[in-house]
Design a protein around this ligand. Structure first.
Ligand SMILES: NC(=O)c1ccc[n+]([C@@H]2O[C@H](COP(=O)([O-])OP(=O)(O)OC[C@H]3O[C@@H](n4cnc5c(N)ncnc54)[C@H](O)[C@@H]3O)[C@@H](O)[C@H]2O)c1
Length: 451
């Protein structure tokens, strides 16, 4: 696969020697896709086990289409892995920084991996080079990082820094890498912009819009895009809170709003809200940065977005308690879906997993199922019963909770599932199941956001 709609004129593009530092969800996908575009790529991680597995063609997380592409590019010789910073500095002059930026205590971004990667790389930079940040960072990071690298690099001011934020979605990472909506180049020099154009020449030739801007604006594009999407989710969930009070139907409301093309339906889905390794931590880090800068409007807006989102989780626990008769103690519950969203095995800040924790703390016996995320979930929450099928999870359940909208769950036969449960109670927290089909099979069907 080389992206859709290539013009196929390979001679027009010159291949480069690139390095990718950090081979998690983002870095491994980026390294594989850059190699598939024809570049020679060396990828580095400090985790030797990850490097060993990637070198054997193994992807340590679930991402459709990535593993065959990894193997193809290992076989072609265009992709290799290492743990040595000296080796990557020797190999290439364009280095992508893709390390993690987790949430620190208090909500700000923990930049320690960014700093340690820069500190490990810089002393080996003897030739003019470009370090391109792809990690999601607070505004102002790139400029400070450039000073930090130049101070330590033998090449001094000829070590340039650019920021090229990444918008790929887990579950669609390969597709998004080859067909991004736009390429954002945050640069401090013409030379950096030129190098970025060479790196992405094929995507640009394919019609991907190129947006060149200063470093700070590029950093802000990423965090404000996340903040906007999170706000859209929390907006409809705030409307759900109103609907619950007055007996209105948030599902019909969302549908009617979405038909206004200025609003649109994407991310306007009421339910359990957002989670994962990106949106929650990004809005908290953005809020924390806005606080430091004294920008109260952003602080207040993002504080409300986060609070509305987290309230959906406790609201679901309340609804479940109501459905099973006022107490969760001793009740058997089946939870369908643990990943923070379908198409991923990522359970970082998973709304479903947090709800499971609340249910267990109130004494419920919780059986769970997920097509791919059970291994990751079991590391975090071993006290759940992990079932190998939907029927096994639902056996003798007093209620079934649909918490991650995997396509597999849409095709469950309600009549068949009705034969194994103790009570036919379905709670659809993702507004994704066919209500009519469940009701006609004799189920009580509740939706989060409807009275
Ligand atoms: N996952 C996504 O869908 C996604 C999308 C867009 C942006 N991002 C951003 O990309 C960045 C990485 O996210 P991720 O999901 O890939 O994280 P991740 O935790 O999956 O991967 C981070 C990797 O960096 C490695 N690492 C840590 N310190 C290092 C160092 N000093 N040198 C080399 N490697 C080091 C870790 O071992 C790990 O393999 C974050 O800033 C994230 O916000 C992620």
């Amino acid at each position: 696969m080389t992206g859709k709609g290539w013009r196929g004129d390979e001679k027009r593009f010159s291949n480069m020697r690139l390095t990718v530092i950090g081979t998690g969800y983002l870095g491994l996908t980026h390294a594989v896709c850059m190699a598939d575009l024809g570049h020679d790529v060396m990828a580095l991680d400090v985790d030797a086990d990850k490097v060993a597995r990637a070198s054997k063609g193994e992807v340590p997380f679930f991402e459709p289409g990535l593993e065959p592409l990894l193997r193809k590019n290992l076989d072609s010789g265009r992709l290799r892995f290492t743990t040595s910073f000296a080796e990557v500095a020797e190999f290439g002059d364009v280095h992508f920084l893709c390390v993690g930026t987790p949430q620190a205590a208090g909500g700000s971004a923990d930049l320690s991996c960014v700093h340690s990667a820069a500190d490990a790389l810089a002393p080996h930079l003897w030739r003019p080079c470009l370090v391109i940040g792809k990690s999601t960072v607070p505004v102002g990071t790139a400029r400070k990082l450039a000073a930090r690298i130049r101070e330590q690099a033998p090449v001094g001011d000829d070590a340039d820094v650019a920021w090229n934020p990444e918008f790929l979605r887990e579950g669609f990472a390969v597709e998004d890498s080859f067909s991004p909506d736009r390429l954002v180049f945050g640069v401090a020099s013409q030379r950096s912009a030129e190098l970025l154009r060479q790196v992405y020449a094929k995507l640009l030739a394919d019609g991907t819009p190129e947006l060149v801007m200063d470093l700070e604006t590029a950093e802000l594009v990423k965090v404000s895009a996340n903040a906007f999407l999170a706000t859209k989710v929390s907006f409809i969930n705030a409307m759900a809170e109103i609907c619950e009070k007055v007996g209105a139907d948030v599902v019909r409301l969302a549908d009617a709003l979405a038909r206004d093309e200025r609003i649109g339906k994407r991310f306007l889905v009421p339910g359990l809200g957002f989670g994962g390794g990106c949106l929650p931590k990004v809005i908290r880090a953005f809020r924390s940065a806005a606080k430091e800068l004294g920008v109260e409007s952003v602080v207040n807006l993002l504080g409300a977005v986060d609070a509305i989102n987290l309230r959906r989780r406790s609201r679901l626990t309340d609804l479940t308690r109501d459905v099973v008769g006022g107490t969760l103690a001793g009740r058997r519950l089946a939870v369908l879906g643990l990943a923070f969203k379908p198409g991923s095995d990522d359970v970082r800040d998973s709304p479903s997993l947090q709800v499971c924790g609340q249910l267990v703390r109130e004494g419920a016996l919780v059986s769970v199922h997920d097509p791919v995320a059970m291994g990751n979930a079991a590391h975090i929450q071993p006290d759940l019963r992990y079932a190998s099928s939907v029927s096994e999870a639902a056996t003798n359940a007093d209620a079934v909770l649909h918490l991650t909208e995997w396509a597999d769950y849409r095709v469950i036969d309600p009549a068949m599932l009705g034969t194994v449960v103790a009570q036919r109670n379905m709670i659809d927290a993702r507004c994704a199941l066919d209500e009519e089909a469940w009701r006609s099979a004799g189920w009580s069907f509740r939706v989060l956001g409807r009275a």
